[in-house]
Ligand binder design. Structure first.
Ligand SMILES: [Zn+2]
Length: 90
């Protein structure tokens, strides 16, 4: 990931909204809460809308993806860890 990507990532914070998921979301793998939300990032990194799933307690850690992939990966516990992506780029 390039520094410009990190800037884009930070700028997405203002463009996040909660949307409904057509597929039930599994509880959080870290804290176990069922208070889980599907979030939409409009124009992620200057491109299309992207989505990630996060619970209301833990820090978001899923790298934004397509709506279907974000929900599927969350439910399958196969999410790409956003924190690892950011740490690897430092
Ligand atoms: Zn959690």
């Amino acid at each position: 990931m390039k520094p410009s990507d990190l800037t884009a990532l930070n700028e997405t914070a203002q463009r996040i909204s909660i949307v409904s998921s057509s597929v039930p979301l599994e509880s959080c793998p870290e804290c176990g809460t069922s208070e889980v939300r599907l979030n939409r990032v409009s124009r992620f990194a200057g491109g299309d809308d992207a989505y990630y799933v996060a619970c209301t307690i833990c820090e978001p850690r899923q790298f934004p993806d397509s709506r279907e992939d974000a929900v599927r990966d969350w439910n399958q516990r196969q999410i790409i860890d956003l924190r690892e992506v950011l740490n690897a780029s430092r």
